[in-house]
Design a protein around this ligand. Structure first.
Ligand SMILES: [Zn+2]
Length: 397
């Protein structure tokens, strides 16, 4: 992370913002020493960023003269609190909504029910949710820097197109364009796991790692690769489809229409379905109640439930090992709703992975709280400031 005198101003801005994101507050002189930029260049960029309220001088009382010769250097930091981003995680029956600051720290959040998965229904709900979020956080009428939306499916994040979402019945849908026409704020989209990974990369457990795998286990199973500090999307934006690696020839039917995919055998709905059949759970029970009953059985140490979670974990671990053998990550960061099974799931994933590892044995670090999906979506909006990956999608130009 070093600049040079010919580096353009835009790059210097990102250099300084990312340095402060990694290291916290630094003085102008320290920024110049670490980046190799001239003190004059640092002063110019810092002044510009302060003018945009993106940077702030720390511990300075308003009105007090600073920066004069002989005074203690004033630390500069990112003004996380001054900017707002909004994240939405679309589900088939609801939308998780969150308002965050620039560090994607949630300020307020709620879930909004939707009656169907029509794009118009989702746009209507988001349009209503934004003022409601601002009001709930006591920030009524304040501008937001952008909106991030995470969608389950295959997404071309750069072009801003949902290529397909079997869960929603969407194909080649320019969702950001449709949404932006309504709310008049820049919109970014990506799939759930990429969004989760962006948040992890910027401000989560992945902050200090340049090469890692983000694993998510919930309704589906997915993985995202961060290589050299950037998310690897693949040539069609569909890299990391760990959930659709075939684990069993002619196995259980997957939502993608094929048989034997890992997620059809090891994602949460598969575990619950197998348990309900084996344990003779009453039929007609609400899915959320069934899910709670399964979790309770796992937590109570029920042998049948634990056996099902263990088998799922071993399968996931086995295929995760292939990923590790191919990409040699520093760590694996695990998220998704299934993290509530905790060690009942993580221990067999580690064991299953170890059985098939060739050389390196990366740690699996769970980093998950309720609301992490929507927070990831908000990170889609904040990431362009730090630009470790890409700038605005074409639909925002
Ligand atoms: Zn599949």
């Amino acid at each position: 992370m070093r600049g040079n005198p010919s580096t353009s101003r835009a790059l210097n801005r990102r250099l300084i913002l990312n340095l402060l994101r990694h290291r916290g507050a630094l003085s102008r002189a320290e920024i110049a020493t670490i980046t190799g930029l001239s003190p004059a260049a640092v002063t110019m960029v810092v002044t510009e960023l302060m003018g945009e309220t993106l940077l702030i001088e720390c511990g300075v009382q308003p009105g007090v003269q600073t920066g004069a010769t002989g005074r203690r250097p004033v630390p500069i930091d990112i003004n996380y609190a001054a900017h707002l981003a909004v994240g939405f995680k679309l589900r088939h029956d609801s939308i998780d909504c969150v308002l965050t600051d620039l560090a994607t720290t949630p300020l307020t959040s709620f879930s909004m029910p939707v009656v169907d998965t029509q794009p118009e229904t989702m746009v209507d709900a988001i349009d209503k949710a934004i003022p409601a979020l601002l009001k709930a956080a006591g920030r009524k009428g304040e501008p937001i820097m952008g909106v991030g939306v995470s969608i389950p499916g295959e997404i071309d994040a750069i072009k801003g197109i949902c290529l397909q979402s079997p869960r929603f019945g969407w194909t080649n849908l320019p969702f950001p364009e449709i949404l932006r026409a309504r709310i008049h704020v820049p919109v970014w989209i990506d799939d759930d796991i990429a969004a989760f990974t962006v948040a992890q990369r910027l401000f989560g457990a992945g902050r200090q790692h340049r090469d890692f795998i983000a694993l998510a286990v919930g309704t589906g199973i997915g993985a995202s690769l961060v290589i050299g500090g950037e998310i690897y999307h693949g040539s069609h934006g569909v890299a990391g489809k760990l959930g659709h690696v075939v684990t069993e020839k002619n196995g259980r039917l997957c939502e993608c229409g094929r048989r034997g995919c890992l997620q059809a055998h090891a994602a949460e709905p598969a575990m619950i379905e197998q348990w309900a059949a084996k344990a003779g759970a009453p039929t007609g029970i609400r899915p959320s109640d069934l899910r709670d009953a399964f979790l309770a059985a796992v937590e109570a140490g029920d042998a049948v439930a634990l056996g099902i979670v263990e088998e799922a974990g071993l399968r996931i671990g086995r295929h995760l090992a292939d990923f590790v053998n191919l990409f040699d990550p520093e760590v694996i960061i695990a998220g998704g709703e299934s993290m509530h099974y905790a060690e009942a799931l993580l221990a067999p994933i580690r064991r299953g992975m170890s059985d098939y590892l060739f050389f390196t044995r990366p740690d699996i670090l769970p980093d998950w709280i309720a609301g992490s999906w929507a927070r990831g979506a908000a990170a889609l909006a904040t990431q362009h400031l730090f630009n470790f990956e890409r700038t605005e999608p074409s639909s925002n130009k």
